[in-house]
Write a protein that binds this ligand. Structure first.
Ligand code: SF4
Ligand code: SF4
Ligand code: SF4
Length: 370
């Protein structure tokens, strides 16, 4: 099983200002930054699975294991144990979103087998943090929780796993041979569910839906969409501290914003967007993967994380307008620009005008006229 990296999906390839190091932080022994992009030896394999799970844009993937396929196959099976000994190459290949979605979509409690991880290791710490976050988020709107190491009646469990997975002995064989019938059926339903109609249930505007199709919304977020749509809406919506939620965020924009257009042009998922005149900044929380690119690229540091994350967004997503701009045509060149008062001249013409005044004054000085 090999690790693949799609550079086009990495936010560092979208902007040199990106400071994302999530993949390196979680797997420093295999991944390094080289020329501002993640790099790893050709032989790197499944030991680096944590980068697959943690990357906000799903730029990493493994040959022979798809987290999306796993999601549907797992739910299709009777097994309610996630274990590196049985059905995943490593628990870290999953993300917090996968864990929340699996817990939500399963009628029975899911247990995660951590017994093969080394006590005190970076990897175990990362997996435990993911499970803790998933449980924390789940506890804010439902009574489902993920459990760890509760592998009761191990022999019975193993027997049932063997029944379900047709007694395959190696993981590689398991992935090659197992029937995908059920998974494909559910995956098709999932693809259908993530079409425009389903998103409109979430009151996501059709223009945004077409934008999402142009941009890249990771499968793990689409899975979360579909599972949340089927979840019971809580009576009270909690607000969680933003630092406790790693995979989604809410934002606001301060008056320092110059409408340079960078954030909504480079946002990889379409969470940030504008209209055809670039006269506003829209934000769709459910499309944000908290990759931090918009913050890293904003020169005046005008886009900020909202302190709390509102669980309401999971059930009643909104598109918020973070800023509006007075866009006018420059009386010199005719191009549109963000007008902030004074003469109706765009920044470029203003600079040219200032340069012309300076050169004229300089020439007069040299002729001794001043
Ligand atoms: S975690 Fe993903 S987006 Fe971030 S640097 Fe690594 S590959 Fe790029
Ligand atoms: S928030 Fe920052 S990056 Fe976005 S338009 Fe305003 S100044 Fe530019
Ligand atoms: S809004 Fe910002 S943090 Fe969210 S996905 Fe877009 S660029 Fe990333």
């Amino acid at each position: 099983m090999r690790l693949h990296f799609d550079v086009g999906l990495c936010v560092r390839a979208k902007s040199k200002f990106s400071e994302c190091t999530k993949c390196v932080d979680v797997c420093p022994s295999s991944i390094q930054m080289v020329d501002n992009l993640p790099s790893f030896p050709v032989s790197t394999g499944v030991e680096a699975a944590a980068c697959v799970g943690i990357c906000p844009t799903q730029a990493f993937k493994l040959s022979d294991f798809s987290t999306t396929e796993f999601f549907f196959r797992f739910l299709d099976s009777k097994v309610r144990l996630i274990s590196p000994k049985v059905n995943v190459p490593c628990v870290s290949v999953l993300s917090v979103e996968h864990l929340i979605s699996l817990a939500l979509a399963s009628d029975e409690t899911i247990s995660i087998d951590l017994r093969s991880y080394q006590e005190g290791s970076l990897l175990l710490g990362h997996i435990e943090a993911m499970i803790e976050e998933a449980n924390f988020v789940l506890s804010s709107f439902c009574d489902k929780q993920l459990q760890t190491n509760l592998v009761k009646h191990e022999e019975e469990k193993q027997l049932s796993l063997e029944d379900t997975f047709e007694q395959e002995t190696s993981r590689r064989d398991f992935f090659k041979n197992a029937s995908l019938k059920g998974a494909i059926k559910h995956k098709m339903a999932f693809e259908d569910a993530v079409n425009a109609d389903e998103m409109q249930h979430f009151e996501i505007d059709s223009s945004v839906i077409s934008k999402i199709k142009d941009k890249h919304l990771p499968d793990k977020r689409k899975i979360l969409f579909t599972t949340l749509k089927r979840a019971k809406v809580p009576e009270v919506f909690e607000v969680l501290p933003q630092e406790e939620v790693s995979f989604i965020s809410q934002k606001y924009v301060t008056e320092a914003c110059t409408n340079c257009q960078i954030c909504y042009r480079i946002c990889p998922t379409g969470a940030l967007s504008s209209d055809h005149k670039f006269s506003l900044i829209h934000f769709d929380t459910m499309l944000c993967v908290k990759c931090h690119l918009c913050h890293d690229a904003c020169e005046p540091d005008a886009i900020k994380l909202q302190n709390g994350f509102e669980i309401k967004e999971f059930f009643e997503p909104t598109q918020r307008t973070l800023a509006t701009f007075n866009v006018k045509r420059c009386i010199e060149c005719g191009n549109s620009f963000t007008y902030t008062g004074g003469e109706q001249i765009c920044p470029r013409c203003r600079v040219e005008e200032e340069e012309a005044v300076f050169l004229h004054a300089n020439a007069k000085r040299m002729r001794g006229e001043e």
